[in-house]
Structure formats: structure tokens, C-alpha cells
Design a protein around this ligand. Structure first.
Ligand SMILES: Cc1cc2nc3c(=O)[nH]c(=O)nc-3n(C[C@H](O)[C@H](O)[C@H](O)COP(=O)(O)OP(=O)(O)OC[C@H]3O[C@@H](n4cnc5c(N)ncnc54)[C@H](O)[C@@H]3O)c2cc1C
Length: 413
């Protein structure tokens, strides 16, 4: 592992930093949870996000690893990491494009035809079109291959019926990636077909879901006889699982952990200096110091583990399933630190927003963490991945793998 930039990487970092300094303001370290998009501020934040994306695209700083012909820069993965590290230091809009850029674009670039790439990728890069991911259903989350939304071929179109759930951003997206079941007579993984769907199509109804932190980021999405042109199919009929795996691999790589932006350990130390226990700063209490030291050690562990991924990227390799560890440990740590910040504040810890010590950031962190522990693979699923693919332990018993999907017991009549 080498933690230092090579001369080329340092030059690239300086170039990125110079552009950012000329085009954005340095981030306010207190605004760690500005990322939660509340409904009232959505139009204004969406506009800001689209303008920022366009500005980056015009200057060649958007989707930098993507091919130049589709609006990218043809940069390396390590350059993309460096760009991300530098951009994170600046005040930027909420991550409206994270699904489109993190999952949809890479899937289309891998499995799409040249026409599909030319139609969708440039407008994704420039932020003109926003994307969502329509995978999960009420009975298919961890077991995604058990999904039940149907797609039936009708001439040049497919007719789609069913329900998706937890669809982040569906209420303001233009396009979505959708996995459907076109054949229930074959085993569950073999009967899936993958599409891009126009979210403005007739027959789509989006209903918002309010989360514990009052955000309405995700939705239920109902499909009633929605027509999708066959030209929007990604991959072959029946190839949906293979295409979906590309999306999921990119999803896990793009969801981080470790407690959000900034340095939450330093912030906890600051809070413990302000708050008093028995007339003395909480930081002088041995149990408080012990907890903060534990958090510091875990953060460092995640940081150094992530350097392995960076080293692999720097050497042109693809990071392995070890990347699951960062999310598994980081999301839990985020929840524990939020809880500890609230505990330290005593009775005031039950307050929210600006009236609470730390401007409500500990409360926001505590309420956002459970979602992070579920999205993109729950803690248990990530443990299974680590057990099977990193530690090479025997796989889970999967009784439904070889059975025709229609014969898998569903619990319904
Ligand atoms: C903030 C957030 C945003 C999301 N955004 C999107 C989105 O944009 N698009 C989308 O399609 N989905 C989205 N999701 C859905 C997410 O992918 C699913 O919630 C996730 O895959 C888990 O599925 P589930 O909720 O159906 O839970 P289930 O799969 O029903 O799991 C329930 C419990 O059982 C455990 N479990 C399940 N299977 C196993 C097993 N084999 N071994 C051990 N334990 C197991 C799980 O760990 C969990 O504790 C989002 C979720 C969240 C929280």
C-alpha cells in the first residue's frame, strides 16, 4: 500500500483543486447532513444540482471515467477517486445524480447498445435527465431475484404490471432502470428481463413514503399496463439477472460508510469539551474518552481498509467483495456515533434541528443510519457476502434456485 500520490496523481489533484477553487466555495464543516433533501427545498436544490452537474460537464469534470465520446473524460479509476476526494471538500448540491451516475450509467455502458449509450449517457453526464432504480418490491429486496413485476411482449412493446417500492427519487426522475419477470416457468434468476423506463409514461403512479427523519426520499411506484418499447431493453430477454448484478456491484461500490463527510470524531471531541458532566467538561470523564477512542480506532480501521481498494484502483485492478466491509462497519458506526452524540447532550439530545447541541447533526446522523444499514445490501446480506466470497465459507442453502419460479412457495393462496 502506498498512501502518497504519484507525481501524475499529484498533478491531476492540483488541476482538479484549481478548477474547484475557481468554481465552488469550500464546504462549511457544520453542514454534514445537508444531503437530506426535504420536500420543501427540493425544487431549489434540484435546480442547483442540475446547474452544478452541467458546469462540471461543460468543463470535462463530470463522470470522468466514462468515454469521451459520451461526455466523459476517459480518466482512470484512481483519478475518479482523487476527484471525489477534492470535490467533497467543497459546497456541492445533494447527491441527486448518485443513482444515475453510480449505477444506471455504468450498467448501460456495460450492457447497452451503441444507440442506447448515445441516447442516454450524454444527458446523464450533463444532468439534463435524472434517473432512479426500480428493483425492490414488497416481497423482493434482499432476495431480488424473487421479484414479481410482470413484462409481457406485445408487438414492438412490452406491457408491464406490478409494484416497486423504496424507489429513491421516483417523484422527480425522468428515467428508471427496471427489472421485470417475463417468464415464471423457469428458475427465478433465468426469467428476468431488464429495461429502461420513461418515468413519464402513462400508467405509472408514484406515491411518496415519509421516513423517520421526515424526508420523503423514496416512494412506492405502481405500474398499470405501462408500455415500454423493446428498444429500451438492456441485454437479452432472460438476461436481466446478469445485467442487474452489474448494477448491484456498482451500487455497493458507490455507497460509502464511515459516518458521513467531515471528521465526526473531532466533532464529538468538540462536543465533549462543551458539555459538562458534574461541573467538568465531559471530555475529562474516562468513559467518554474511552468511547471516543473506540470510534477513532474503528474510523481508522475503515479508512485503512478503504486504502486497499484505492491501491487496487491505482494499480488498475477491480476492487473485490472486501469493499462490503466498509459499508457494514461504517453504517453501524455512524448510528453508534449519532447515538453517543445525543447521549452526551443529555436532555437536549432529544431536541432536533438547530436548537440541539451540534445543530441537530447527531440526531440527523442517528436517524439516517438505519437506512444506510439496509440500502444496497443489509448488514446480514453483507455478512453473507463476506462469509462466502471473502472467507470462502460454505454458501447458504438455497432451495428455490433450480425450481420453476411459479412453483416456489410464496405464502399467498
Ligand atoms: C434509504 C433506502 C433507499 C433505498 N433506495 C432504493 C432504490 O432507489 N431502489 C430500490 O430498488 N430499492 C431501494 N431500497 C431498497 C433496498 O434495496 C432494500 O430495502 C434492501 O435490499 C432490503 O430489502 P427489504 O427491505 O425487502 O428487506 P428484506 O430483504 O425483506 O430483509 C428483512 C430482514 O431479513 C434479513 N434477511 C433477508 N435475507 C436474509 C438472508 N439470506 N440471510 C440473513 N438475513 C436475511 C435482512 O437482513 C433484513 O434484516 C432502498 C432502501 C433504503 C433503506
Amino acid at each position: 500500500m502506498d498512501f502518497n500520490d504519484t507525481p501524475e496523481e499529484a498533478a491531476f489533484r492540483a488541476e482538479a483543486r484549481a478548477w474547484l477553487e475557481a468554481n465552488a466555495e469550500l464546504r462549511d464543516p457544520d453542514e454534514r447532513y445537508a444531503g437530506i433533501l426535504q420536500e420543501t427545498e427540493r425544487p431549489e436544490k434540484l435546480k442547483w444540482a442540475q446547474e452544478w452537474q452541467k458546469k462540471k460537464a461543460d468543463a470535462g469534470w463530470a463522470c470522468i471515467t466514462w468515454p469521451v465520446e459520451y461526455g466523459g473524460r476517459g480518466a482512470s479509476s484512481i483519478q475518479s477517486v482523487i476527484w471525489g476526494q477534492e470535490e467533497a471538500k467543497f459546497k456541492t448540491p445533494p447527491p441527486v445524480f448518485s443513482i444515475g451516475i453510480g449505477m444506471c450509467g455504468p450498467t448501460i455502458l456495460t450492457h447497452g447498445t451503441d444507440e442506447q449509450k448515445a441516447r442516454w449517457i450524454p444527458k446523464l453526464v450533463s444532468g439534463e435527465e435524472i434517473w432512479c432504480q426500480l428493483f425492490s418490491e414488497p416481497n423482493a429486496g434482499s432476495d431480488l431475484a424473487g421479484l414479481r413485476m410482470t413484462a409481457v411482449r406485445d408487438g414492438d412493446d412490452w406491457v408491464v404490471n406490478g409494484q416497486k417500492i423504496w424507489t429513491t427519487g421516483a417523484q422527480f426522475c425522468d428515467w428508471g432502470i427496471l427489472v421485470t419477470r417475463h417468464d415464471a416457468n423457469v428458475p427465478k434468476h433465468a426469467g428476468l428481463t431488464y429495461f429502461v423506463v420513461d418515468m413519464h409514461s402513462p400508467g405509472i403512479e408514484v406515491r411518496k413514503i415519509t421516513q423517520i427523519n421526515k424526508a420523503t426520499a423514496f416512494n412506492e411506484v405502481f405500474y398499470s399496463d405501462v408500455r415500454i418499447p423493446d428498444a429500451n431493453r438492456i441485454g437479452a430477454v432472460g438476461d436481466g439477472w446478469r445485467v442487474a448484478i452489474t448494477t448491484l456491484m456498482n451500487e455497493r461500490a458507490s455507497i460509502g460508510g464511515g459516518g458521513g463527510a467531515g471528521d465526526p470524531v473531532a466533532e464529538l471531541i468538540g462536543l465533549a469539551q462543551e458539555i459538562e458532566i458534574d461541573g467538568r467538561p465531559a471530555l475529562e470523564d474516562a468513559s467518554v474518552r474511552q468511547r471516543i477512542a473506540d470510534f477513532y480506532i474503528k474510523r481508522k480501521g475503515i479508512q485503512y481498509t478503504s486504502y486497499r481498494t484505492l491501491t487496487a484502483l491505482s494499480q488498475g485492478k477491480i476492487p473485490g467483495p472486501e469493499a462490503s466491509m466498509g459499508k457494514l462497519v461504517g453504517a453501524k458506526l455512524m448510528q453508534e456515533m449519532g447515538s453517543f452524540g445525543m447521549d452526551l447532550a443529555g436532555v437536549a439530545g432529544s431536541l432536533n434541528k438547530k436548537s440541539a447541541p451540534g445543530d441537530g447533526s447527531w440526531q440527523a446522523q442517528f436517524l439516517a443510519a438505519p437506512g444506510l444499514r439496509i440500502a444496497g445490501g443489509t448488514d446480514e446480506i453483507l455478512r453473507n457476502i463476506i462469509a462466502e466470497r471473502v472467507l470462502r465459507l460454505p454458501p447458504e442453502t438455497r432451495l428455490d434456485k433450480e425450481v420453476a419460479f411459479r412453483d416456489v412457495p410464496s405464502g399467498s393462496a
